[in-house]
Design a protein around this ligand. Structure first.
Ligand SMILES: Cc1cc2nc3c(=O)[nH]c(=O)nc-3n(C[C@H](O)[C@H](O)[C@H](O)COP(=O)(O)OP(=O)(O)OC[C@H]3O[C@@H](n4cnc5c(N)ncnc54)[C@H](O)[C@@H]3O)c2cc1C
Length: 565
């Protein structure tokens, strides 16, 4: 039974950054991941990472843009920490080997991104996440004597002692089906987002909200769960992402009349307004009959206005995606896109050190809600969030470990219970529904009623659906009865995680009776600071239903004002 000072669940950007920081601070560390680390969703991040590196820029300007982007729901103390520490973090990445793009004068090049008042996004063509992830993984290999890696291990539950401290986790070795207890003084959740609750989504199949649900199940509060980001440019055919970098390089959005319609919605920033604003504008054009393509359900993204040489250099991945997945040469013709689910602003509530209210439990990256993104995340602020708060959580957990002793071993009966639960899923008779069907129904319902525009009736329908699916999931069956690489049974466990996340999202969206950031209620179209300038926290009731409460938004220097782009 392995025991460590710091156990990190998730070996993505947040997880790997946390591991390196905790090891540097002298802790014994283990990092565990359900897929090989370089297959984590961070590998898909394309556009870049924000930092006020340009001497003419200032981190306060980055912070203000982030506060405004969040529609004033972000906590300003946390945003200040993230933006102030950003330049050093990005330079650190460069020093350890990330080959950020440089301009003709040899300086780090920065590209324009949505909602930013100046060019602030460092990038490696359109494979920024991959570039950073691989360099961090190299570092992790270098630390092989100080960090134990458990690759292709699936965490099923968090452990807690009688005083309520988090003391580790139970995980299944995917290769063999063996369950193991991992004991730890501190656990850092770095398990990423929950985009798979929606269909389609830009997120990888592994983004199933595992950490959010596991934390919720042991009593950790979640926050801002109603805030779901729809990215303005995803392929109509399959939801694949076309990076915001395309608009950053100058691409236009056009409706059926060939009009750059963003003029009507955001005359100053046009295509580079914040994502919630652009997605809403596109959906309005589509709903009012000015969409393009079959059924008028799309919008044209015209990248032909970007010089071809630049497209081939800076957007080469989406040249390939366009060809392979839409049959379009983006250097020659516009490509059909529409808003699609992309990111969740909410997650496990933490402070600026990643600590949750449960002693010994930390969270960082997309699983967490610090809250730096509030109602709407700015593009290229998430990679930054994973690294800054991953590092801080790693350092803080290492420090905490120095002052406490190793928790006692978890009773074997707890592992037997877990094992019996998993076996019971494998053994279910085929008289219920298939796990995959329930997942499809969930995604379709969420995408219909918990999307860019929301209202009472649709949300109520979504809640009823999620609750029905939760019941059906209890008897849902799988095909694989084996132990070796049984992905089927993991899929059934993930479905339970997703249903928890979806239920919290819908409840919070029903509760927030105003429009702010990504939450646009057609029945409450105005932002209402008097009543709703507050976070909605969700924790689990004893009876397995979400309980809602509120917490204040931290305001340091920027008073809420009307948001215009
Ligand atoms: C297509 C795409 C493009 C993006 N582009 C950008 C961009 O250009 N700039 C930007 O700032 N942001 C971008 N984002 C957002 C950003 O990439 C993500 O928010 C961020 O990478 C999340 O990183 P993470 O470290 O929190 O988790 P992830 O990268 O999602 O990794 C999660 C880790 O947790 C592990 N895990 C999960 N559940 C379990 C479990 N039960 N047991 C064991 N391990 C588990 C996984 O194996 C994985 O290692 C993009 C997102 C997408 C989907």
């Amino acid at each position: 039974m392995p025991a460590h000072d710091v156990l990190i669940l998730g070996a993505c950007l947040a997880g790997q950054r946390a591991a390196l920081a905790a090891a540097d601070a002298g802790a014994t560390v283990a990092i565990l991941s359900k897929v090989h680390p370089v297959r984590s969703h961070s590998v898909a991040a394309a556009g870049g990472i924000n930092a006020a590196i340009n001497p003419a820029d200032d981190w306060r300007s980055h912070a203000f843009d982030t506060v405004k982007g969040s529609d004033f729901l972000g906590d300003q103390d946390a945003i200040e920490v993230m933006c102030a520490e950003a330049p050093d973090e990005v330079l650190h990445l460069e020093h350890i080997g990330v080959t950020f793009h440089r301009n003709e004068t040899g300086q780090m090049d920065l590209r324009a991104f949505g909602g930013a008042s100046m060019k602030r996004t460092a990038y490696v063509a359109d494979i920024t996440g991959q570039a950073i992830l691989h360099v961090l993984y190299e570092q992790l290999m270098k630390y092989h004597e100080r960090v134990d890696r458990y690759e292709e291990w699936f965490t099923t539950s968090l452990l807690q002692d009688e005083e309520g401290n988090c003391t580790g986790c139970i995980a299944r070795d995917i290769r063999t089906g063996q369950l193991e207890v991992f004991t730890a003084k501190n656990v850092i959740l770095a398990t990423g987002g929950a985009g798979q609750c929606f269909k389609p989504t830009t997120n990888g199949l592994i983004c199933t909200g595992d950490g959010i649900s596991m934390a919720y199940r042991i009593g950790a509060p979640l926050m801002d769960m109603e805030m779901i980001q729809y990215h303005p440019t995803t392929l109509v055919e399959n939801g694949f992402l076309i990076t915001e970098g395309a608009r950053g390089e100058g691409a236009h959005l056009l409706n059926a009349d060939g009009e750059r319609f963003m003029e009507k919605y955001a005359p100053n920033k046009m295509e580079l307004a914040s994502r919630d604003v652009v997605s809403r504008a596109e959906q309005t054009e589509i709903n009012e009959g000015r969409g393009v393509g079959p059924g008028g359900v799309g919008i044209y993204l015209d990248i032909t206005v970007v010089p071809k040489k630049r497209t081939l250099e800076a957007l080469r991945e989406i040249v390939n995606i366009g060809k392979d997945f839409a049959g379009v040469d983006i250097t020659k013709e516009p490509i059909l896109i529409r808003p699609g689910q992309h990111y969740i602003m909410g997650g496990v509530k933490t402070d600026v050190n990643g600590a949750t209210p449960i002693p010994g439990l930390y969270a960082a990256g997309e699983v967490a809600c610090v809250s730096v993104h509030g109602g709407n995340r700015l593009g290229a602020n998430s990679l930054l969030d994973t690294l800054i708060f991953g590092r801080r959580a790693g350092e803080h957990a290492a420090q905490r470990a120095a002052g406490i002793s190793m928790p006692e071993a978890t009773p074997l009966s707890r592992v037997r219970e877990e094992s019996a639960w998993i076996d019971s899923i494998i053994d279910r008779p085929k008289d219920g529904r298939r796990v995959s069907e329930i997942k499809d129904d969930l995604g379709t319902e969420m995408n219909r009623n918990v999307a860019v525009f929301r209202e009472q009736d649709g949300l109520t329908h979504a809640l009823e659906t999620v609750r029905r699916l939760k019941e059906e999931a209890k008897t849902a069956y799988i095909d694989d009865r084996g132990t070796v690489f049984n992905q089927d049974v993991l899929g059934a466990i993930e479905l339970g995680f997703m249903l928890d996340c979806a239920e919290c999202t819908v409840m919070a969206a029903l509760e927030r009776k105003e429009s702010r950031g990504a939450q646009y209620r057609t029945d409450f179209p105005e932002r209402n600071d008097d009543e709703w300038l507050k976070h909605i926290d969700v924790s689990r009731n004893g009876d397995d239903t979400p309980h809602l409460s509120y917490s204040p938004v931290t305001i340091t220097q920027w008073q809420p004002e009307e948001r215009k782009y």
